[in-house]
Design a protein around this ligand. Sequence first.
Ligand SMILES: C[S@@+](CC[C@H](N)C(=O)[O-])C[C@H]1O[C@@H](n2cnc3c(N)ncnc32)[C@H](O)[C@@H]1O
Length: 394
Amino acid sequence: MAHETAISTKLPSRRQKNEFYRYYAGYPVNFALCAIEQIEASTNSVILDPWNGSGTTAAACASLGMACHGYDVNPVMVHLGRARSASDVHFSEAREAIATVQARVPVTAKVKMADIGIALRSIPPISDWARSAAIAALFPFARAQMVAAKTKNPSWFKSGTKLDMTPIAADKFFENWHRLLHELHAWRAEGSVRLPAKIEIELGDSRDPIGNGTKFDAVITSPPYLTRLDYVQATLPEYLLTKELDHVSDIKTLRDLMIGSPLTSDRVIHEVDSLPQVIKDVLSTISCHPSKASSTYYYKFFATYFVDLQTSLRNISCAMKPEAQACIVVQSSHYKEIEVNLGGSIIALGQKFGLHHQLTYDFDGKRSMSEVNSRAHALARKPKHESAIFLKRA
Ligand SMILES: C[S@@+](CC[C@H](N)C(=O)[O-])C[C@H]1O[C@@H](n2cnc3c(N)ncnc32)[C@H](O)[C@@H]1O
């Protein structure tokens, strides 16, 4: 077992210029490409990303012509992930679909998002990929509509916020939509997907059995952060837009499904006793901390996260072929001054499910959402340290 510091191919900057959509919780494509090289995946390999997010692993696989199945519980992320690996054919299909929707909305009329949703649902069926590309193209539009609802915390919008439903001039809206689709296509084209690639991206909860019986050659992924970041709130404009255009769960249901959700009051925590000792120790330290709500809300928040992580790792291990490797990227985390060793926890959980630790690469600090939260503890606001943990299935 080796523990290496600072991989020579240093993690490239998290945010690149000209990015179509800024996803704060993702790793760069170059990182996913390095991980693919490290695990020596071949072009015949099928890679799994159970926490697909913006689809970086899938985008890296698509650029190499490799198969990848990605799952995420947030429909917003599913659309974005698909758009990132959609082929030129899918983009043409999306362009035609937008034109068909436009033909169904009178040219002189002012439109509402709800009208666009009705028109989109009424056109002849298109592929999931084209549909996702058309929807994801409107994400920057949705964000711009909600500028007034922004708060100091970039992952939060004023409560009760709705997507601005003021009627929009139809010709302007469609001109914008076509332009955004073009920009999304150009962003995707930086990865070189020309033909439909062997990528599947679906809605899925990592706490349920993964992959419909497919056994994967490798896993490249990163679990939700342990920062009480509310992933649904953080993507609220995109969620509200998607809700107008697609069938999605209500926001409360979705927030409850998120691993690491700050909403834990409805959760009954069980299985804490079955967690590895290293995790039980940190939970007990948190619970004994003198600060307010440590033994109640915060204990429950951390315990729920680890129980969910344990269930997910059990499922991930089950979905891997013997000797398959997993690269799991985690970010350092604190509760007050207590360090929550997420890397060590992943290693201990992996061990429990037959995943043996091979190697850890540590990376230097990156921005994180807790860094911008002025109420977070000073230690929690320090630049984050990330580790890529490589495990191998026995
Ligand atoms: C750290 S992000 C992954 C980022 C990704 N590697 C990328 O480069 O964009 C974690 C993702 O896990 C998703 N997630 C949270 N709970 C989940 C669950 N129960 N099942 C599947 N995905 C979940 C979140 O929606 C989020 O997109």
